[in-house]
Design a binder for this molecule. Structure first.
Ligand code: 13P
Ligand code: SF4
Length: 342
C-alpha cells in the first residue's frame, strides 16, 4: 500500500474531511505536528519487526500514514493470518486483537488504545453463554465476531457483519441462538423472513451504543431534503433503518457498494463516523450528509499511543490467552471461514 510521505500530502488528502467533531478537523498545522510521529512510528516498525493493523473506524491519519493492513473485521482476521513479522500492533479494540492472536498465536499482539472494550463484546460473558446452552440444548450457538475469546470458545460458529446472513442461511440446524447483538439479530430475522427461510432464531440482548443512536425517523426527512439520496447502513443499526436503506453491509462492503454507485448521488452513511471521514477523503467529489456517531473505543487509538506502544512494548496491553480457550475459539472462527468459503 502506498503510504503518504509528507505533511502537505496528508493535508491535501484530509482537507476534504468535514468537521463533525474536533477530531475530524485537519489543518496544515495539525498535519505538520503529526508527521514527526509518523516518521518515528515507521522507523520503529522496521526496528521492532512489527506491523500495524487498523480498523476502518480509527482516525484516518493512522490508516493513511502507518497502517500496513486496514479494513473491516473479516478482512483484518484474514490479514492477521498472513503476518510474518514478530509483532502485530492492532489499532482497534480488544476482541479484534484476540482474534488475531488466536489465528496467529506465535505473534505478540499489542493494543495501543486505552479503551479496549466494545459495548457488544462486553455485553455477555462465557458463564452466561454456558447457562444459555443448557437452556437451549438443541440450538446452534452463533456468535458475532464482536465477542471475547472466552465467549467464542463456548459457541459453534462465528460470523462478521460481512457474512452473517449467508452463514446463518447455510447452517443445517434450523434452531439458532444468535449473540450478542439484538439489532443485528433482528435484521437477520427480517432477512430470513424475506427469503422465506424457516429458522427459529433466539436473540441475546446486547447492542452497539454507536449504531443504536441512529434514528430511523430521520431518514424520510433526509430523503426529502436530498433528492436521489442513497442510504447506506451497517447491520448493527435498528432494523427500521435497514428496511429503509439502499444497502446494508459491513464497513468493507459499504465502501465497495459506494465505489460502484453514481458519483452525483448524495449519501447518508449510517455507521461509525470514521468511515464517513474515510469516504470523504477517498471520494472528495461526493456529497456525504454529515453524521457523527463516534466509537470511543476505536477512537482511543492515536498516533501518539501507537508510538508509545512501539517504544515501550512491555508496558502496552498485550493479548494473552490460555491454550484451551484459544483452541476452542479457533474452532468457532475456523467454522466461519469454512461457511464463508462455500
Ligand atoms: P465490521 O465487521 O463491519 O468491520 O464491523 C465491526 C464493528 O465493530 C462495527 O461496529
Ligand atoms: Fe463495538 Fe460499536 Fe465500537 Fe464497533 S462501533 S467496536 S460494535 S462499540
Amino acid at each position: 500500500m502506498n503510504k503518504i510521505k509528507s505533511a502537505s500530502d496528508l493535508y491535501q488528502k484530509l482537507q476534504s474531511v468535514k468537521p463533525g467533531s474536533v477530531l475530524c478537523h485537519y489543518s496544515m498545522e495539525r498535519c505538520e505536528k503529526m508527521f514527526p510521529i509518523v516518521e518515528e512510528i515507521n522507523a520503529l516498525k522496521k526496528e521492532r519487526n512489527a506491523v500495524i493493523l487498523a480498523h476502518s473506524y480509527v482516525a484516518p491519519e493512522i490508516i493513511l500514514t502507518v497502517a500496513d493492513y486496514d479494513g473491516d473485521s473479516f478482512k483484518l482476521s484474514q490479514d492477521a493470518t498472513k503476518v510474518k513479522e514478530d509483532t502485530i500492533v492492532f489499532a482497534a479494540v480488544r476482541f479484534m486483537g484476540e482474534t488475531a492472536k488466536i489465528l496467529n498465536p506465535s505473534k505478540k499482539v499489542l493494543i495501543p488504545g486505552p479503551l479496549t472494550g466494545c459495548s457488544l463484546a462486553d455485553s455477555i460473558t462465557a458463564e452466561e453463554v454456558k447457562a444459555l446452552k443448557k437452556q437451549y440444548p438443541e440450538h446452534t450457538f452463533v456468535c458475532y465476531i464482536n465477542t471475547t475469546a472466552d465467549v467464542k470458545a463456548e459457541c459453534d460458529v462465528c460470523v462478521t457483519s460481512s457474512n452473517v446472513m449467508k452463514i446463518v442461511e447455510n447452517i443445517e440446524n434450523n434452531k439458532i441462538f444468535f449473540l450478542p447483538d439484538r439489532l443485528m439479530g433482528a435484521n437477520l430475522k427480517n432477512e430470513m423472513k424475506a427469503k422465506n427461510i424457516q429458522k427459529e432464531i433466539v436473540l441475546a440482548s446486547g447492542c452497539c451504543y454507536v449504531h443504536e443512536q441512529y434514528d430511523p425517523d430521520l431518514i424520510p426527512f433526509f430523503r426529502n431534503q436530498n433528492p436521489g439520496l442513497l442510504v447506506v447502513s451497517h447491520p448493527e443499526c435498528n432494523p427500521a433503518i435497514a428496511l429503509q436503506s439502499d444497502f446494508v453491509g459491513s464497513t468493507g462492503q459499504m465502501v465497495d457498494f459506494l465505489q460502484k454507485t453514481d458519483k452525483n448521488a448524495p449519501v447518508l452513511l449510517l455507521t461509525e463516523c470514521g468511515l464517513n471521514a474515510r469516504m470523504q477523503y477517498e471520494m472528495p467529489e461526493r456529497t456525504f450528509i454529515g453524521t457523527c456517531s463516534m466509537c470511543k473505543h476505536m477512537k482511543s487509538n492515536s498516533l501518539e499511543n501507537i508510538l508509545e506502544t512501539l517504544k515501550n512494548p512491555e508496558k502496552a496491553v498485550s493479548i494473552e490467552l490460555d491454550e484451551i480457550t484459544m483452541q476452542k475459539a479457533k474452532k468457532c472462527i475456523d467454522a466461519m471461514f469454512d461457511y464463508a468459503s462455500r
